[in-house]
Design a protein around this ligand. Structure first.
Ligand code: ASP
Length: 441
């Protein structure tokens, strides 16, 4: 059977169990199209409210979950050499996947030239409105790399927690957990405390998931209703290039990656995480999807030791879908503005996209903020930048949904590969959906 057929069947297996979320998605698209031509502020307010309730509920558990998962993950690997091995492998795998993503984005955008003739679609009116916001972002990124690295180190972990800054929180959690692992048995009360926190947040996640179908429905309807069929047609080439890039990642790169680095069957993995993929698409947030990504992987046999370490870090640092989008978007803008794309410039865009994507939080829209770093690096003037942003904002949500699905899938792919390498995967559970059904029912 052809690979794409197998992947579709595997996705179907996952969709069968999650048909209500899938139905929420489809109905959300239809309702969004209807709302676009029949604007109704009462319905929009209601849908926005329902969507926000869902996102807030799920975001509510993210910080306790990330911290407890990292602490348990690292302290459960008592051998510090093993942490180093796992961490190095994780960074190596994430780097491979993100580098391949930017190469695919650059090649597709250069070959298919989505930006040629697109200048007329750039809305300069909206552009003026967000000029100040973008100028501030660019200003803040001057002296970029060093400032970015400094920003990773929390001055005060509690204020990072209060502000929800995920990268500094993770840096602190990793250092704290490494210290706990080093001090030996005296760490027991703290580790037990975090084990309880983790168990409780996973339980809350289960409850929140009862609300997934209406949540995904409302979020999708609001997103689709905000852009019309006209704008959709006029930028279809840009969207097409992105969709093609994302499909290549999902259906070619990840299967090859899993084949080369592990013996994990991609079809079974996709079936296992289909629920997380759909919620990623609906919420456009890797962080919000994080509890579910972990739950899906663990229910299908990937050990807690691996998921608790690899997935929270991936949900913040591994943004290959975002990196791919940033490369395509910036090359698109360069083409629309008639900027000559020298090989040097393309390499610079790709490298900056890798940095910019990994500094972006796993929340909706974050990738479009850090893209300023890439644009700035290629010397676009603020006016050009602002006009470009206006254009990108119009279709932001839909591209965010797509790239987040890719971001979340690659976290699970890397977790599965590492679990395989470390003998931390139960293949009976992964390969046997029947057994899985018995476990979850
Ligand atoms: N929304 C994306 C995520 O959560 C990040 C981004 O590209 O904006 O993975």
């Amino acid at each position: 059977m052809k690979l794409y057929m197998q992947v579709l069947i595997a996705l179907g297996l996952g969709l069968k169990r999650n048909w209500h979320i899938f139905a929420g998605l489809i109905l959300g698209v239809l309702a969004g199209i209807w709302l676009h031509s029949n604007p109704n502020s009462v319905i929009m307010t209601a849908f926005t409210f329902i969507g926000q309730v869902f996102i807030r509920l799920i975001q509510m558990v993210v910080i306790p979950l990330v911290i407890s998962a990292i602490v348990i993950g690292i302290t459960s690997i008592s051998d510090s050499k093993q942490i180093g091995k796992l961490g190095t492998k994780m960074i190596f795998y994430y780097a491979i996947i993100t580098t391949v993503a930017v190469v695919i984005g650059a090649v597709l955008a250069l070959l298919l030239k989505p930006g040629l003739g697109a200048a007329s679609y750039i809305n300069s009116d909206v552009a003026t409105g967000i000029q100040a916001q973008v100028a501030t972002t660019i200003e803040a990124q001057k002296g970029n790399i060093l400032n970015i690295i400094l920003g990773f180190i929390p001055k005060n972990p509690l204020s990072s927690i209060a502000a929800g800054d995920m990268v500094p929180i993770i840096v602190f959690a990793v250092i704290f957990a490494l210290a706990l692992a080093k001090v030996g048995d005296i760490n027991r009360p703290f580790v037990s405390f975090f084990e309880s926190v983790f168990a409780a947040t996973m339980k809350i996640t289960d409850w929140i998931m009862c609300f997934a179908a209406p949540g995904v429905f409302a979020l999708t309807a609001v997103a689709v209703s905000s852009f019309g069929v006209d704008i959709f047609m006029s930028i279809s080439k840009y969207l097409g290039v992105l969709a093609l890039g994302f499909c290549i990642q999902l259906f070619i790169v990840y299967p090859i990656f899993l084949k080369v680095f592990s013996k994990v069957p991609v079809l079974m993995l996709y079936a296992a995480i289909a629920e997380a993929m759909m919620v990623a698409f609906g919420t456009a947030s890797s962080s919000a999807t994080l509890p579910l990504t972990i739950a899906c992987c663990e229910k299908r046999g990937i050990s807690h030791k691996v998921t608790s370490f690899v997935i929270p870090l991936g949900a913040t640092l591994n943004m290959d879908g975002t990196a791919l989008l940033q490369v395509v978007a910036v090359i698109f803008l360069a083409q629309a503005y008639g900027v000559v794309l020298t090989p040097f410039l393309v390499v610079q865009i790709a490298l900056l996209a890798i940095v910019a994507s990994s500094t972006c939080a796993g929340i909706p829209g974050a990738g479009l903020i850090t893209i300023a770093l890439v644009l700035n690096g290629m010397g676009l003037s603020p006016e050009q930048l602002v006009a470009g942003f206006a254009f990108l904002f119009t279709i932001e949500r839909i591209t965010d949904m797509m790239r987040t699905l890719v971001n979340v899938t690659s976290d699970a792919v890397v977790a599965a590969a590492i679990a395989d390498n470390e003998n931390e995967i139960n293949y009976d559970l992964l390969n046997n959906p029947e057994e899985y059904n018995e476990v979850i029912n």
